[in-house]
Ligand binder design. Structure first.
Ligand SMILES: *Cc1c(COP(=O)(O)O)cnc(C)c1O
Length: 390
């Protein structure tokens, strides 16, 4: 009997080692990894640059706490702000924590403006994490059920619906921020209209709201640019990052710009572990490697290659609703629930994910080559065809 709490429906496999986009289980069977630890292993497995940075830092200094200056944390904040065009960063340990920081920041920003019940606009089908505030912000009843009472201070509108947001502006004086994913990942790789973020930016500017982007999944090169917002030609006030940031090492960040960057004062927020030298060394090595290997561009190219090839392979196949992607966030939507594909793929030696019941989700490492992508496409298109035919 396992002594772990029963929180996950795990696949019956234990991985023993990895290299690049490949994993090996305890029996020595090899798998092509198109999940990357849920968009986390941006450099694939056992990348020598990341391994070396973590080893060297571990031999030097792992943790000192935020009672003291942390040079690597300063360096990471400077690097992230430079890449994103933001002003300040708060370093934490996960995506939920990055969003918690954003939510607390928005509330304090609201109180600073004299709003007594600051309210954040959030979206249907969104995912922001599993803490009480972030599960309240999440637009999925399954994530919330059993954990009531939820927090106050959120209003929900449909995703990709600017008018719904504009209507709230007309009658709700308590709104202080919008929290939104540039592409909904857990929601099924939902890609909004190209104008969506720009129009939300305009509404935020008109009403003095903060535009807060949850780029926990979309950020760090995943969609083909460092951050998804860069493709919309806007800059947010607040952005949450995690997943790919540490290349597998747990780390998150909440970035802010302008007035939002000045909200927190000493004592307002904190973390014991957040931004320790080891985590920051891992993130810095991940970022510089992505930069030097031009992996944002690779994500864009390989993602588009997977979409066009899968579209061609699945052309005319009844039951395929749509193949879509934003860089290496790829979704293949079928017309029926397809969770069982995960297990079938595992048996055949490759890892995929299914989300929103009927969307096959691919989140491969950003280092995936065209040849590796071709192997994935061959195996996956065959699997989907067999599934839909049977
Ligand atoms: C994964 C995810 C989170 C939660 O991140 P954790 O590190 O699991 O807390 C939040 N937002 C989005 C968009 C995510 O994809």
């Amino acid at each position: 009997m396992s002594h772990l709490m029963n929180t996950y429906a795990r696949q019956p496999v234990t991985f023993a080692k990895g290299e690049g986009v490949w994993l090996w289980d305890e029996g020595g069977k090899k798998y092509l990894d198109a999940v990357a630890g849920v968009a986390v292993n941006s450099l694939g497995h056992a990348h020598p640059r990341l391994a070396q940075a973590v080893c060297e830092q571990a031999k030097t200094l792992i943790h000192t706490s935020n009672l003291y200056q942390v040079a690597k944390q300063e360096a990471l904040a400077e690097k992230l702000c430079g890449l994103a065009g933001m002003d300040k960063a708060f370093i934490c340990n996960s995506g939920a924590e990055a969003n918690e920081a954003a939510i607390k920041l928005a509330r304090m920003y609201g109180h600073g403006k004299g709003v007594e019940t600051p309210t954040i606009i959030v979206m249907e089908k969104s995912f922001h994490g599993r803490t009480m505030a972030t599960l309240t912000a999440t637009g999925n009843r399954k994530v919330q059920a059993g954990f009531e009472p939820l927090l106050g201070g959120f209003v929900r509108v449909p995703y990709n619906d600017v008018n719904a947001v504009a209507q709230i502006a007309e009658h709700n004086q308590n709104v202080v921020a919008i929290l939104v994913e540039p592409v909904q990942g857990e929601g099924g790789i939902q890609i909004p209209a190209a104008s969506y973020l720009r129009e939300l930016r305009s509404l935020c500017d008109a009403h003095g709201w903060l535009l807060m982007l949850d780029e926990v999944q979309t950020g760090i090169g995943r969609t083909g640019t460092w951050f998804a917002f860069q493709q919309a030609g806007i800059v947010p006030d607040v952005m949450a990052l995690a997943k790919g940031l540490g290349g597998g090492f747990p780390i998150g960040a909440c970035l802010a710009k302008g007035a939002a960057a000045e909200v927190f004062k000493p004592g307002n927020h904190g973390s014991t572990f957040g931004g320790n030298p080891l985590a920051c060394a891992a993130a810095l090595a991940t970022l510089t490697t992505i930069e030097e290997l031009d992996l944002c561009r690779n994500a864009a190219e390989i993602g588009d290659y997977i979409r066009t090839s899968m579209t061609a392979q699945l052309e005319g196949v009844a039951g395929v609703v749509q193949v879509r992607n934003a860089g290496l966030m790829v979704g293949i939507e079928l017309n029926k629930p397809c969770a069982e594909l995960v297990k079938r793929a595992l048996e055949q030696g490759f890892l995929i994910n299914v989300t929103a019941d009927s969307v096959v989700r691919l989140l491969p490492p950003l280092i995936m080559t065209r040849d590796e992508a071709a192997q994935l496409i061959t195996m996956l298109s065959k699997l989907i065809k067999e599934f839909l035919a049977g």
